[in-house]
Design a protein around this ligand. Structure first.
Ligand code: DAV
Length: 410
């Protein structure tokens, strides 16, 4: 893997290859030794002429279908190096005490009912809502390289990304999330059988080599310094990424290296997507970088909500392109509200239903006002208890189908 390919602000784009096989081409298989024959399918019968049920190119085209995560059976991850790297030392006591157990039950119950309500609002707005399977995340598992328990299927954004008619399962970087894909397999099979392209990125070993065991986590200043040098807890041992470190804007996709996404993983994505897409590598001043959607949230063509506490080091290139960068207002979450794996900046982690409608936290009045000043109607919903386990509206969802086509906005 050549690091030189990936410099900040650089575009990763591949040359067209001649041997790319069109996704809808017929399969050629050898039959009875010498004879070659065209067959329409080798698996379940699929009507390849039908429109794929999976299709989305950006974060704001009119939303038709969405997967909403489940808080059910969510478990607290153990305090491993990768968990330490995104949390503050004050939070470690919680992980030490509850690691491997369910999140506090009363809290989860409230999260379940808030997410049910969010689903109802989405349906009311005309969106089809799909849910992952219910899984017991407290089951222990062991691979040849490590032992762990699971975490949850609450944040589909972290694991699934739709690019065009393809849905990609991210490899993930946390051991507690290794088997998270299992909750989505019923949906994936259904989408595939209805014509979607379905890909699983290479599964990492997640052996000790993937994690810098000595990653300094105590001092925030030290983390700032390391992240500015491109050093995170995940090493370049093998590709890893969470899907939420990518932000889709048609032919341009913005990505950040983070505590869960390494350059090897971004390179995999760039090479996988091929010459139709450009991946722009962005860098932010953020000591706990994990998922780009609480830092740099593109909410329309040329319109980005940016986090004033995590400046983008490449913001000039957006200004030059005529994009509008709007600073997110200060979040309103009270200090005593638990946020176990995230920051208050979930306030800007919104979901666009189309260019004119945004799902936003009911209590975030300054954020609602900001959207209204941009001519965007706020659909206020309260998921504060659901926020506690690590995500806002964007994290809690993966848009499966939006009505739009592949365009260039940058
Ligand atoms: O604080 O940036 C981002 C979303 C985490 N899944 C933050 C939260």
């Amino acid at each position: 893997m050549k690091r030189a390919l990936l410099t900040y602000g650089s575009v990763i784009q591949l040359q067209a290859r001649q041997n790319v096989i069109a996704s809808r081409s017929k399969l050629v298989v050898a039959v009875q030794g010498t004879r070659k024959q065209h067959v329409d399918t080798v698996g379940p019968k699929v009507d390849r002429q039908k429109k794929s049920p999976v299709c989305s190119y950006n974060e704001w085209d009119p939303l038709d279908e969405v997967i909403v995560g489940r808080p059910d059976n969510a478990c607290v991850p153990s305090l491993t190096p990768e968990v330490k790297a995104i949390s503050s030392p004050q939070q470690w006591e919680f992980f030490r005490k509850f690691g491997g157990q369910f999140f506090p039950q009363e809290h989860l119950k409230k999260a379940v009912s808030q997410i049910e309500e969010m689903c109802n609002v989405l349906r009311h707005e005309g969106v089809t809502v799909r849910r992952p399977d219910i899984v017991d995340w407290s089951k222990a598992y062991e691979t040849p390289d490590f032992k762990s328990k699971g975490m949850y299927a609450a944040m589909p954004r972290d694991i699934l990304i739709v690019i065009g008619e393809e849905i990609i399962e991210a490899p993930m970087a946390w051991r507690s999330r290794f088997f998270e894909y299992r909750a989505y397999r019923s949906l994936m099979k259904e989408y595939f059988q209805a014509g979607a392209k379905w890909t699983t990125a290479p599964k990492p070993l997640m052996s000790d080599e993937l994690y810098d065991q000595n990653y300094p986590v105590e001092s925030v200043e030290h983390r700032y310094k390391l992240s500015s040098e491109g050093r995170y807890v995940t090493t370049e041992f093998e590709p890893c990424f969470d899907a939420a470190d990518f932000m889709r804007c048609g032919k341009d996709i913005f990505a950040q290296q983070s505590q869960v996404t390494n350059l090897f993983g971004i390179e995999w994505m760039a090479r996988h997507l091929g010459p139709d897409y450009k991946i722009h590598l962005l860098q932010f001043k953020d000591p706990n970088a994990m998922h780009i959607d609480g830092t740099f949230n593109v909410v329309g063509p040329g319109l980005v909500i940016v986090n004033p506490a995590r400046p983008c080091l490449q913001s000039e290139m957006f200004k030059k392109a005529g994009w509008k960068l709007v600073e997110a207002p200060k979040p309103m979450v009270p200090d005593d509200h638990p946020l176990w794996m995230t920051s208050k900046w979930l306030s800007m982690n919104v979901l666009m239903l189309d260019e004119q409608r945004v799902m936003v936290c009911k209590h975030e009045t300054p954020t609602i006002k900001m959207f209204e000043s941009l001519g965007i109607k706020a659909i206020p919903v309260d998921i504060r208890f659901a926020n506690s386990i690590g995500g806002g509206f964007h994290c809690w969802t993966t848009d499966v189908r939006r009505r739009g086509v592949l365009e260039s906005y940058f």
